[in-house]
Ligand binder design. Structure first.
Ligand code: NAD
Length: 437
């Protein structure tokens, strides 16, 4: 099958490499010329484990190429996949569809022969209808169908998630389009992975409903963590005891500093806006958004507390900046409000991240960055573990203890063994557990 993918970001690039690895002929299209130039030279524009190898293989086999020139790629394609960003609009948090509509116009200008236009981006319910209208208006003669195929991959494990998803969701009101997409995903169906085929609007909602549910689950365990701290219980054991119940499941039960990233914050807000437009109250989701925002702002207080209440002029070493480990993505990372709040009370920030420092530099002012985590911690009054990268969890606490000024550790991710940390003389503060005095 010939597939053109518009947008070669986290989703587009992973989809492109995986679809090509199944034998489809894929062209990745992006308007960012520097990104395409890098990709053509085999340089990865993002950090995603395993993607470089898969991509190089597909390129070598002649199944994957990249271009800025959308027209010929769209004209030749059986399937055009739209995988551009849908960031929140600053003014109201609604999903900004400018990139999606621009891509739809490019598709309209160039489709030839029956083409399935698939929306992979996360878009509000009814966006497929808009795209159908846009293309139909420009090209009333064209044979096409618009389908929804939301993506559920997680950054950091995106390649495996795409190759072994829990399910594939195809939303198509047109049977021919549904059949073409089912054929595209045949390698997954053959592995026994469920392919859920629904109406287009239902598929659009499945994505938001799933993400919002996971966000609520995280907010839920975070509130339990607060209660644990007050009543002297341990949230890790609460999560274990809850998660073993198959009706609940263990994922998204790691209490932490609040969810971030390019999906949960924006998707919960976009779903809330959709519900408000339709006069429906989604109170649980609304509360979860408020609780998460407040939590992210509040986390600095935990660091200030651990500093004995005085942050002015103190040196804070932050280890891990990205919103989660094994990605370079800084979008909505909890480290940002934490650092800004600490700076407001006069703390000096030193920071290290294994892959996210280039993106972090663009977002954070007055932060001293270090390539080496021990250099980052050297002379610091407090060490704050913010993102549980494998490399950071493996740090030698003995060595860390020798370089810091004060042995005070805030572990927002339960990354370190508390007994080990205390053995090295650290006073430890963590989420949802009885606190060191
Ligand atoms: P991204 O910002 O990493 O990538 C988007 C890419 O689209 C950029 O490279 C940009 O240059 C390109 N682009 C924008 N307009 C274009 C146009 N008209 N023509 C060609 N290229 C264009 O975004 P992402 O993180 O990959 O997310 C894409 C969509 O997938 C979003 O709707 C997001 O919500 C959804 N999603 C993301 C994830 C994730 O983990 N990142 C997971 C599931 C779903």
């Amino acid at each position: 099958m010939k597939i053109a993918i518009i947008g070669t970001g986290y989703v587009g690039l992973v989809s492109a490499a995986c679809l090509a690895s199944w034998g489809h002929e894929v062209v990745g299209v992006d308007k960012d010329a520097a990104k395409i130039a890098a990709l053509r030279q085999g340089v990865m524009p993002i950090y995603e484990p395993g993607l470089d190898v898969l991509m190089a293989q597909a390129v070598r086999q002649g199944l994957l190429s990249f271009t800025t020139d959308a027209a010929p790629a769209i004209a030749a394609a059986d399937v055009v996949m739209i995988a551009v960003g849908t960031p929140p609009r600053l003014r109201d948090g609604e999903a900004d569809l400018a990139f999606v509509y621009a891509a739809a116009k490019e598709v309209a200008a160039s489709i030839s022969g029956f083409t399935v236009v698939v929306v992979k981006s996360t878009v509000p319910i009814g966006t497929g209808d808009d795209i159908e209208r846009i293309i139909g208006r420009v090209r009333p003669d064209a044979g096409f169908a618009v389908a929804s195929n939301p993506e559920f991959l997680r950054q950091g494990s995106a390649v495996t998630d795409f190759q072994q998803p829990d399910r594939v969701v195809i939303g198509a009101d047109d049977e021919r389009a549904a059949g073409i997409l089912q054929a595209m995903y045949e390698p997954l169906r053959l592995q026994g992975i469920p392919v859920v085929t629904t109406k287009r609007r239902t598929a659009e909602l499945i994505k938001y409903a799933a993400n919002a549910f996971l966000a609520v689950k995280i907010s839920y365990i975070n509130e339990m963590a607060d209660l644990c701290e007050s009543v002297g219980a341990d949230v890790r054991d609460v999560a274990l005891g809850m998660g073993l119940d198959r009706r609940i499941g263990a994922s998204c039960l790691n209490a932490g500093p609040g969810y971030g990233g390019s999906c949960f914050p924006k998707d919960t807000l976009a779903l809330l806006r959709t519900s408000q437009d339709h006069g429906v109250a989604l109170r649980i989701i609304q509360e979860s958004i408020v609780a998460n925002d407040a939590r992210k702002r509040r986390m600095a207080l935990k660091v200030i507390d651990a500093l004995g209440g005085h942050a002015e002029g103190r040196s804070v070493a932050i280890l891990g900046l990205t919103f989660k480990p094994e990605t370079d993505d800084m979008r909505e990372a909890p480290s940002i409000p934490l650092i800004e709040a600490l700076q407001r009370v006069g703390a000096r920030i030193r920071a290290h991240d294994p892959q996210g420092m280039a993106n972090a530099r663009a977002l954070l002012d007055e932060v001293e960055f270090f390539d080496d985590p021990y250099e980052c911690a050297a002379g610091a009054d407090i060490v704050v573990l913010m993102t549980d990268w494998r490399a950071l969890k493996a740090l030698d606490l003995g060595r860390l203890a020798r370089v810091v000024k004060e042995r005070v550790l805030v572990d927002f991710r339960h990354a370190f063994d508390p007994i080990e940390a205390r053995r090295h003389g650290f006073v430890l503060s963590a989420i949802g557990v009885p606190q060191d005095k």
